[in-house]
Design a binder for this molecule. Structure first.
Ligand SMILES: [Zn+2]
Ligand SMILES: [Zn+2]
Length: 74
C-alpha cells in the first residue's frame, strides 16, 4: 500500500499538527505497532483502543482480535 497520494501528509507518513509537533499520519498509518487499551481518564474513549504509533486513531474494539482470526489460516 503506497502513501504517495496521501493528501494529509503528502506521502511523508507524518505531518505537523501544530508549529512545534509532528504526529504520525492517521490516514496512511499501518498501525503496525499494535494497539493499547484506553482505561479511565479517557472519557468517551474509555475501553477503546488507540494506535501505539500515536497516529491518533481510536477504535471501539481490539483490532488484534480480527488480525488473530484472519491469521489462523497461516
Ligand atoms: Zn498520510
Ligand atoms: Zn496508527
Amino acid at each position: 500500500m503506497t502513501n504517495e497520494k496521501c493528501e494529509k501528509c503528502h506521502g511523508r507518513g507524518s505531518y505537523m499538527y501544530d508549529e512545534n509537533h509532528a504526529k504520525p499520519c492517521e490516514v496512511c498509518c499501518t498501525h503496525s505497532q499494535g494497539w493499547w487499551k484506553l482505561e479511565e481518564h479517557y472519557g468517551n474513549d474509555n475501553g477503546k483502543y488507540a494506535c501505539k504509533n500515536g497516529c491518533g486513531t481510536v477504535v471501539d474494539k481490539d483490532p488484534q482480535a480480527q488480525v488473530d482470526t484472519l491469521s489462523v489460516a497461516n
